[in-house]
Design a protein around this ligand. Structure first.
Ligand code: 5GP
Ligand code: ZN
Length: 115
């Protein structure tokens, strides 16, 4: 989608530290990491969030947990633990309106999902 930051990253129009890519997914390091491991996993095709899935983006998004587990292992947090989450909408704190999942790990992340 025109003007979408993560579409531009997926198309390599804007640089990012890409850690995984296949036909329909791409993962890259968060530019403002909140943990030693902080990756973003996105479908390459645009959708704004989980309420906006199409068959194409749903099929890509369904593969994200498996790719996240592989990336967690590759980034050394498989044993220590990691978190996969997606913010959807204003109250959740979503700031980039292209569906993405945060993979966080490398430190104790705390027990609270909601402050
Ligand atoms: P949200 O708040 O929407 O769940 O997460 C958006 C994430 O995108 C934030 O963690 C933010 O740091 C990250 N981010 C914003 N702009 C960029 C960018 O240009 N490059 C990368 N790699 N991450 C970004
Ligand atoms: Zn987009």
């Amino acid at each position: 989608m025109d003007g979408c930051l993560f579409c531009q990253i997926a198309k390599k129009e804007i640089p990012a530290a890409v850690v995984y890519e296949d036909d329909t997914l791409i993962a890259f390091k968060d530019i403002f990491p909140q943990a030693p491991v902080h990756l973003l996993l996105i479908p390459k095709a645009h959708c704004s969030g989980l309420a906006d899935l199409t068959p194409e983006t749903a099929a890509a998004a369904a593969r994200i947990p498996q790719v996240a587990a592989r990336l967690a292992a590759e980034h050394g947090v498989e044993a220590s633990g990691w978190r996969l989450l997606s913010n959807n909408g204003a109250d959740a704190g979503q700031t980039v309106f292209h569906l993405h999942f945060h993979l966080l790990g490398g430190k104790p992340l705390g027990g609270k999902l909601c402050l």
